[in-house]
Ligand binder design. Structure first.
Ligand SMILES: *Cc1c(COP(=O)(O)O)cnc(C)c1O
Length: 471
């Protein structure tokens, strides 16, 4: 242990971890290695090299932040696991500007006293959606929860069986309804709900007709759902609240026809939805936030609700959201990364794919790869089907381009694991036996990052062929 602790590679970590921690981590790595040996693992490296390799890599993991940047080469624009929408430059600057100093978060400069946290963005949301009033909370789940708590606690909410969705692995409409204190009344069948199903279910106890965007799934074949207009008319004739959970809220038309098919917040409100809820970090392209927009008396009720205190948003989020909305206000939405990616020009993607392909071929050609059979190792440009993501348009794809790497004996899974564990992790798509780097979701500078990571992966693989990369 003393020998290991005094080696230069270990001493290099003293600064950030301290000697005692370094010692503990080396012990941990040794224990893991012993465990692998007992379990019968075979290694082609000499034991002393293996020890150094394991200890150093664990030290590297422990000394760096685990929440860190990655390159999204999956072609899924709004990738929930990778942080959904990357923010626009202006939004980033706004976060920076208000975070290290005091700010007007809840202070009115006119009154010289208490101001409203919501006031920074409410007028912008109203301007962009045509709503009378608006309120922001932590995310769309919180928006649905608050909206239902304020309008339907102790009363009934009627919702179609075909819309009892689960989004991600944790948002389930029936469960949110329970939390809000409302009673769920599911009507119709999985594939078909008529306006009469809603009408017949209304009782004195009914408070809300709820429409939920199915988002991440589609039912094919015979499908009948009730239109927004019909529901709005029914709700209004019976003095009920018509509420719509849109998921992805769209604030303007985009240059891709299928994207405009649904989600436009302004249209929903115009058609008679009393309340709509949507996320800030899906199609809108801003920070994680939930928006409730619609009728003033209903929003006012939510503003007074105790739950709001638990769901309120932080100054960094508000700064980013206000800046993002201001980009829409001046019709510069092309500056919002997710919109730029969704609207990306196909010939532009092809040009970038060719350029990346050339560079990766260069990397491969410059390395000696004894273990890779030159014959089945290939880098080429391919067409891809990219996705909007974020639980929207599950069956529509955006035609794009990517760089395919076929690594024969190494295998796509091993190569993908190598990319993931590189100093700058690259998350790629795996299709059958090949790995595909989708161009659409790359941000400026990502080409360089991918090239560096590819170099690192191949280097590592040629240096330590006997060490299986994690799968
Ligand atoms: C994404 C989504 C949600 C959850 O929104 P979060 O912002 O992730 O909390 C709820 N409803 C629908 C229809 C969605 O698409």
């Amino acid at each position: 242990m003393d020998e290991l602790l005094n080696a230069a590679w270990a001493v290099a970590f003293y600064g950030c971890l301290g000697r005692e921690r370094v010692k503990k981590i080396i012990t941990e790595a040794l224990d893991e290695l012993k465990h692998d040996i007992c379990a019968g693992a075979q290694f082609s490296l000499p034991m002393d090299e293996l020890v150094v390799l394991r200890a150093e890599s664990l030290l590297r993991v422990r000394s760096s932040s685990t929440l860190k940047p990655v390159v999204n080469a999956t072609g899924v624009v709004i990738h929930t696991n990778l942080g959904r929408a990357p923010l626009a430059d202006e939004a980033l600057r706004a976060v920076y500007d208000v975070s290290g100093v005091y700010s007007t978060l809840e202070y009115s400069l006119e009154k010289g006293g208490r101001g409203g946290r919501n006031s920074h963005v409410e007028w912008l949301i109203c301007r962009m959606t045509g709503a009378e009033a608006a309120l922001v909370v932590n995310n769309n789940t919180a928006a649905v929860l608050l909206a239902l708590s304020a309008t339907a606690a102790g009363r009934e909410v009627i919702v179609s069986c075909g819309e009892l969705v689960e989004i991600g692995d944790s948002f389930r409409i029936p469960e949110i309804l329970v939390f809000s204190g409302a009673k769920m009344k599911a009507v119709g069948c999985t594939n078909s709900t008529h306006i009469d199903d809603y009408r017949n279910a209304i009782t004195e106890d009914t408070a809300v007709l709820l429409k939920v965007h199915p988002s991440n799934y589609r039912i094919d074949g015979f499908v009948k759902s009730t239109s927004r207009d019909e529901l709005a008319a029914l709700a209004s004739s019976r003095d009920l609240v018509f509420m719509e959970d849109l998921g992805s809220g769209l604030l303007c038309q985009l240059g891709v026809p299928f994207v405009n098919r649904e989600h436009a917040v302004r249209d929903c409100l115009k058609a008679g939805s009393g309340i709509v809820t949507f996320s800030g970090d899906k199609l809108l392209g801003g920070p994680q936030i939930g928006v409730i927009a619609g009728s003033k008396p209903l929003i006012d009720k939510m503003k007074r609700h105790q739950l709001l205190r638990a769901l309120r948003v932080d100054k960094m989020t508000l700064a980013a959201f206000e800046a993002t909305l201001r980009i829409y206000l001046s019709a510069r939405q092309g500056e919002i990364p997710v919109i730029r990616m969704i609207e990306a020009d196909k010939s532009d993607l092809l040009k970038k794919a060719r350029s990346l392909c050339r560079r990766l071929k260069g990397v491969a050609a410059n390395l000696k790869l004894p273990l890779l059979n030159a014959g089945d190792f290939a880098v080429s440009v391919v067409e891809t089907g990219d996705a909007v993501g974020g639980g929207a348009y599950p069956t529509d794809s955006l035609p794009g381009f990517g760089v395919e790497i076929r690594a024969g004996s190494v295998g796509a899974k091993t190569l993908a694991a190598g990319f993931r564990t590189a100093r700058v992790p690259v998350i790629a798509g795996i299709h059958d036996s090949s790995l595909i780097l989708h161009i659409r979701t790359l941000l400026p500078g990502d080409e360089n990052r991918i090239t560096a990571s590819f170099t690192e992966v191949l280097d590592r693989y040629t240096q330590y062929p006997g060490i299986p990369l994690p799968e």
